[in-house]
Write a protein that binds this ligand. Sequence first.
Ligand code: NDP
Ligand code: X2W
Length: 356
Amino acid sequence: MSELKKVRVAVVGASGYSGEELVRLLLGHPGVELVAVTSRQYAGRTVGQVFPRFGHWGRARELRFEEPDARRLAELADVVFLALPHGVAAEFARPLLESGRVVIDLSTDFRLRDAAVYEEFYGHAHPAPELLSQAVYGLPELYRERLRGARLVAAPGCYPTSILLPLVPLLRAGLIESDGIVVNSLSGVSGAGRKAELEYLFCECAESLRAYGVPKHRHLSEIEQELSLAAGRRVVIRFTPHLVPVRRGILTTVVARPTAGLGTAGEVFALTGRIEACYRAAYGDEPFVRVLDDKGLPDTKNVVGTNVCEIGWRLDPRTGHVVVVSAEDNLLKGASGQAVQCMNLVCGFAETTGLM
Ligand SMILES: NC(=O)C1=CN([C@@H]2O[C@H](COP(=O)(O)OP(=O)(O)OC[C@H]3O[C@@H](n4cnc5c(N)ncnc54)[C@H](OP(=O)(O)O)[C@@H]3O)[C@@H](O)[C@H]2O)C=CC1
Ligand SMILES: CC(=O)N[C@@H](CCC(=O)OP(=O)(O)O)C(=O)O
């Protein structure tokens, strides 16, 4: 990619929470020019008017939200980010891809390989099944090589990222059993999007905690798809998401059974070494995954505002389990930061550009 010619990028759904983060990251990205942002409710207003915190950027004072129009976006931009509700994203992806544009989709529309699984979890037929085979699952730590030069990127969900990063290396290495895995996740309220719905009003969720999506949250579809690929056999997990009264951040706790015994001090010592080596091999060189040493467990305050997923773990010889904890910012490593990381790979920029 030439130093002089910037990649022209657009964000569809730029007034939502993940769209806002994309705008912030792309305004500061040295390799791109943000040429268009869309919002139906704010069309005509500048980015600086809608998001006063961006007002110090000259570009934010001149760039105006516009009505979403796929044909116009295809004329203006080389790369288009879709930060739209699922279903709507596919409607934009199809014409943009037909016009030869790169699409980086943050919704669930292209994350599943099998349209029948989509139908099972989303309750309706897939809106563009013919495009599924060309989508690359946008988790760079797993699919880096396929992302280079991809035309359609399906950025993973926030819960899936927080679950796949800790679990995939252990499954691939055969260090844990693929059955009986239990996962609990806690999400900040921005995970639900910037919409006015009763259950997300301040008085409904402040100082209160609740589980939801039990027993079959829609993210199970992509989580089990990717865990099954890692294990080489069908994996079914028990997953319970919770809403917690913070603005952003996800904390996930995974409990799994090691394939090796934990009955003696020697076995504990041996498995400790194998898990350490496994994570070192998987993430030792990764810029956005931080595996903590045996004194630390993840804490969302250390990752909110960053594109980092933190992972920590403990063996529990008393019950014969391994407990792995991860923390990430749902709007960054769980959404927009990861999408920009993918764009960097697609466009040939250094992977950390605009994200450090
Ligand atoms: N929030 C999170 O933590 C994460 C979200 N995601 C996914 O990313 C996508 C965006 O999420 P999020 O930012 O939270 O959503 P928000 O609800 O905050 O924002 C949605 C955006 O889409 C626009 N929009 C909504 N409906 C339409 C439509 N029919 N046509 C055109 N534009 C529309 C809205 O603007 P306007 O109404 O003004 O047009 C708004 O800009 C979703 O698919 C979500 O599931 C993925 C990972 C994490
Ligand atoms: C707190 C909350 O409501 N979270 C959302 C997850 C949002 C998200 O990650 O969106 P995708 O489905 O596009 O991945 C939920 O549970 O549906």
